[in-house]
Design a protein around this ligand. Sequence first.
Ligand code: PAF
Length: 298
Amino acid sequence: MIVLTQIEDVRAHLRAERLAAAKEGKELQVGFVPTMGYLHDGHASLLRSARMDNDLVVLSIFVNPIQFGPNEDLDRYPRDRDKDMALAKREGVDIVFLPTVEEMYPEPTKTKVLVSELTDHLCGATRPGHFDGVTTVVSKLLHIVVPNRAYFGQKDAQQLAVITQMVKDLNMDLEIIPCPIVREEDGLALSSRNVYLSPEERQAALVLSRSLRQAEQLARQSEGATAEDIFQELVRTIETERAAQIDYAEIRRFPSLAPVSGSLPVKEIEGKILIAIAVKFGATRLIDNVILTMEGDK
Ligand code: PAF
């Protein structure tokens, strides 16, 4: 495993690897996993998929300042370089790209990549500018690595939808591979931000997966349950937890993120629906979701 901090070194290394493969008559397949570090088993599952599908796996670790709002957790975002390196090695990463902020943004960027509509609601509503920062840095990283496949967790379902749209709209020549949410045994979705939770808040945060499980059950088992019924059930369950402060709870189509009609029985909906929540426990805001394929799709 090699660790590179300079964009030019990543390019030179990949160029050499591609040339070596081409000399043997092969096209090198490059898998890319962009992260902000503080890696956990969710990231490990992305790396494992990348390892299986590709000849070479690139992991980037970069806490991207332009996707954090002024009152967000950029300064205290958790970092643990040694643990990250150990996990990367264990998962068979070939190249770790570890740029500094100066390397990625030698001057304030005058060019931004903005995806409209999909970014207006859900996390986009409470984190203005967040997705512009994400799509800008992800396109920079994709231009640096030029992978055949890039891997994103479904835990950030909106991010996944936004990046998939960006790649399609800009004719970027790669495949976006979605990977399922990884949970603790008790249901809590893995997130680098879980480290902020006090023991009491961590216990309270179990209401996220519990409420989604109940919503899913209602959607699947109850014949005439409408989106409005599921929404009410979701909110009712979250509100049983006193420490939980709802930022949003929404049901939308996936991946278009278009709203669903509240009065329509969800079983009749064609395609996938996303049930997404963002909830604050003390100062920590956590997100979770479930994506369902309804019977209307069969
Ligand atoms: O999901 C993340 O960790 C970040 O948003 C990403 C995609 C690495 C961009 O900074």
